[in-house]
Design a protein around this ligand. Structure first.
Ligand SMILES: [Zn+2]
Ligand SMILES: [Zn+2]
Length: 282
């Protein structure tokens, strides 16, 4: 946790315009600092077949108890969110948190379930009831899911790497990868994908578009930015999407989080290329 805060602080120092959005992340980290909740880790072997066939973990029969656990995190945010603790957040976010304070724990659990099942009807109903936009409910649900999964992240990522997940969608929650980064491993410098929604990271082939599986290098290009030597943008001309990639060497850098390069998304607006998998959009 301390590492995360330090990494964010370091990144914001060199990217001061990200201050507001970083404040939001930091506020949640601090808010949940002493709130200990972790998804269950039952024996994972029985779902191995389903996983190898391509079903993300949260969509298999594996019961991580995620609805209740993430629901408890969500409820904690709703309770704490109306306290003075959030005074440093932008006003719009303070108002959203005030709206969320109307939620019961039971409804928090139901929102998590609805987000994971893609039940839009229920989310719209809750949005109307609280006054907070549906997108915010989804955002807070994913922040909560990520927190609940953080305690079992290492075990889950070990299972993923043992069972060779090759897809561009997240092996845990099934969302598109939001960003990529490189990391030195026993096998050399490997490319990893990052999921903004649940925080999972997994190895992916070095070349190729994770969104359409295009491997033809002639249909891909790279956009570097002089102002941002630690980042590059990989463009796929087959599906017209782009992937922000952290190419720096700091394994703890906040640079691999989608929000940390939202300025690159602004740069890509009106270029005809779109991003996928981001939890926070400009
Ligand atoms: Zn995910
Ligand atoms: Zn593509």
């Amino acid at each position: 946790m301390e590492n995360t805060l330090k990494a964010v602080e370091k990144w914001v120092k060199s990217h001061p315009y990200l201050k507001d959005i970083a404040a939001l992340n930091t506020a949640f980290e601090k808010m949940l600092e002493n709130f200990n909740v972790s998804a269950d880790m039952p024996d994972i072997k029985h779902i191995k077949e389903q996983f190898i066939q391509g079903t993300p973990l949260l969509l298999t029969d594996l019961d991580l108890g995620i609805d209740n656990k993430a629901g408890a995190v969500f409820y904690e945010i709703c309770k704490k969110g109306s306290e003075s603790l959030i005074a440093e957040l932008p006003e719009i976010m303070q108002n959203v948190l005030k709206d969320l304070s109307k939620l019961s724990e039971d409804n928090c659990i139901k929102i998590i379930k609805a987000v994971l099942e893609g039940n839009d009807t229920f989310l719209k109903e809750m949005a109307e009831k609280t006054g907070a936009a549906k997108e915010y409910l989804e955002y807070f649900a994913w922040v909560s899911i990520k927190k609940a999964l953080s305690g079992v992240k290492a075990e889950i990522e070990e299972f993923i790497s043992e069972n060779g997940w090759q897809k561009g969608i997240c092996p845990v929650c099934g969302n598109h990868a939001s960003t990529a980064f490189f990391k030195h491993t026993k096998r050399g410098r490997q490319r990893f994908l990052h999921c903004d929604h649940c925080g999972t990271e997994w190895v992916y082939k070095r070349i190729g578009c994770p969104y359409c599986d295009n491997l033809d290098q002639k249909k891909m290009s790279i956009k570097d930015s002089e102002d941002e030597p630690d980042m590059r943008i990989d463009l796929c001309h087959n599906c017209n999407s782009y992937l922000k990639t952290y190419i720096g060497e700091d394994n703890n850098s906040a640079g691999k989080e989608g929000w940390a390069s939202i300025h690159l998304d602004i740069l890509m607006e009106d270029t005809g290329f779109t991003s996928k998998g981001s939890l926070v959009k400009p």
